[in-house]
Design a protein. Sequence first.
Length: 358
Amino acid sequence: MTAPLLAVNGLTKHYRIGERRVLALRGIDLSVARNEVVAVVGESGSGKSTLGHLVVGMESPTSGSIMLDGQELPPRRSRAQRRRLQLVQQNPLSALNPRRTVYQSVVLPLRIHRVEPRSRQRSRVAELLTTVGLAEDIMDRHPQVLSGGQRQRVALARAIAGGPDALVLDEPTSALDVSVQALVLELLVELQRRLALSYLFITHDLSVVRVVAQRVIVLYRGLVIESGPTDAVFATPLHRFTQMLISALPVVSRAEQRLTNRPGPGTGRWALAARFQQLAARFVHAVLTRSTLAPRSSRLSPQCVPTTRRAATIPGHERDPSCHERQRTRRHRRRRHLYRSGLFRYRPNHWPANHPHG
Ligand SMILES: Nc1ncnc2c1ncn2[C@@H]1O[C@H](COP(=O)(O)OP(=O)(O)OP(=O)(O)O)[C@@H](O)[C@H]1O
Ligand SMILES: [Mg+2]
């Protein structure tokens, strides 16, 4: 069996912020075959960009390995190894050097990787710009004067200039205007087919995944919680987080319709489950601290038990009236502030009728 183009095994990345350790990735395994598009989806902070940065060698992993064509990539990669994996970032304005013209940005990889003799570089840049749907006369402009879509096309031209095998696309369309997103997405699909590229397509948008990817990997807090062929994951998502992502999508097929009809968070069974979780957490807390029941809020004094019928049956707890008084005063102060700033339309009912703000 031939090795996949890109394979990631047990990849972890920890960041240190002072005393605190952030576990950005916690043992990721994935593979991308030649000519394949694999999407990585997940909520914000799940470690998608970190994964992309590690794959292209911008950062080094805490542990784990990244293999290219069956060979492990060292922490310091050779020029040839860097050429084969390129990154396209979310925001092209910050990815492109504002002091360089479009020509200077796109010609740089040609010079670094020595893929074209000096005499042919200008015509090659023009060719690359045409490939990504830009006119040649854009060459001498700076990125600041281009539109968002044009900038992302320039970033793409730069990424494919060295002739890479795979692109890591880190949310390539999410910083763009909605009207331009579809065009850039179309270009990406066309480029992948025409140049036989592999993509590791990072996004938080499942509707994009449906269009571009053959396989999908779902990240959640630095872990792969689900992976498989796109159709299978869309038809029968196994993890609750994936189900929530899919149920937030506009409906296109019957299978997805059935999924979207499921009760979402905050309604029916979900609300009940969430309430049960809260109660269970309070119960565990009560057992661990050997108190009868954990207070609902740290603002309440430990003696102050909510005046529900169930709480009244708990032995050893007295209601602390002064605590409730303090809570009420705080609530009133907050409402008065909101009322005055126009955010709360009801006049606080404890205000006297002749109140100056009434
Ligand atoms: N250089 C860094 N130093 C410290 N922590 C970092 C660093 N880079 C990322 N992190 C942390 O690692 C975690 C993953 O971040 P990452 O940028 O990979 O998330 P993401 O999935 O790309 O999110 P988004 O969708 O918002 O781009 C976050 O908790 C983030 O704060
Ligand atoms: Mg990111």
